[in-house]
Design a protein around this ligand. Structure first.
Ligand code: 1GP
Length: 255
């Protein structure tokens, strides 16, 4: 088993900032994997997350196998359902949707996943998953039948995250939802981070370098971006501190 959580924790303690590219198996075709992963490999990405709200059976397994052929980056499952579990990945976020009170997403799906999980050697990472209001109805809301937490009641978000930590969760994920109109605010990230001793993940609606830096500066240890990469491959270059990586060697300056 690869020690994915141990590595995230070590990076967090060193103050390193991590970036996960989220690949939704529903939106990526197998033939686009090589070129997309090449972009990922030459970017500041540190992790590849794979998962979606609605994915057909076995699609994730085949996709992860292909991704693994083209990268050495850790592949972490971010599953919407039990059918998305595959041993071809390195780790799985064992997500409990603690912002809602649907028992299926708090513990039900977890129980259903055990027979499959025990056949794998995935690093299983207990993760508190908190959905935050983001300006429009998201797929997570629709699929889980839960309401997001109000973005103005920050104390309630902080208390929810702290309760998750005290229950033993090893990561906390503040989620605005894929394609969110409003990403998680700086103030929310700042206050949740201050209350927690575990690494903090932030995702949903981050589409610019400025938003990414804001999330890091407020205290996010790992940021997840999906839609912005899906819609525009050159976004990888925008995040690269040296701009687009050129395949041509730089010309020496004539003195
Ligand atoms: C969704 O947090 C992730 O679960 C990423 O969201 O697709 O909006 O980047 P985006």
């Amino acid at each position: 088993m690869k020690p994915i959580y141990k590595d995230i924790l070590a990076s967090t303690l060193k103050g390193e900032k991590l970036l996960a590219v989220l690949i939704d198996p529903d939106k990526m075709t197998l033939d686009t994997v090589p070129s997309f992963i090449e972009k990922v490999n030459t970017s500041i990405t540190t992790h590849i997350f794979v998962g979606g709200s609605t994915v057909d059976e076995n699609v994730t397994d085949v996709l992860v196998e292909k991704i693994k052929k083209y990268t050495t980056l850790p592949v972490v499952l971010f599953p919407g359902d039990v059918t998305q579990i595959t041993n071809k990945a390195d780790a799985i976020l064992f997500l409990s949707l603690i912002s809602g009170s649907n028992p299926e997403y708090l513990i039900g799906k977890h129980i259903a996943s055990i027979s499959k999980l025990k056949e794998t050697d995935l690093d299983v990472i207990s993760t508190g998953y908190i959905l935050i209001e983001s300006g429009k109805k998201t797929a997570v809301e629709r699929v889980t039948g839960t309401e997001p937490l109000s973005r103005t009641n920050i104390q309630h978000i902080v208390d929810t995250a702290k309760a998750g930590e005290l229950l033993g969760m090893k990561l906390m994920y503040l989620e605005a939802g894929s394609g969110a109109k409003l990403s998680v605010s700086k103030d929310i990230i700042l206050k949740v981070k201050k209350a927690l001793n575990i690494p903090l993940i932030v995702g949903g609606g981050i589409r610019s370098k400025e938003q990414l830096d804001n999330a890091y500066n407020a205290g996010a240890n790992l940021v997840v971006i999906g839609t912005a990469f899906e819609e525009n491959n050159s976004f990888f270059d925008e995040l690269n501190p040296h701009g687009a990586l050129s395949i041509f060697p730089k010309k020496e300056k004539i003195k």
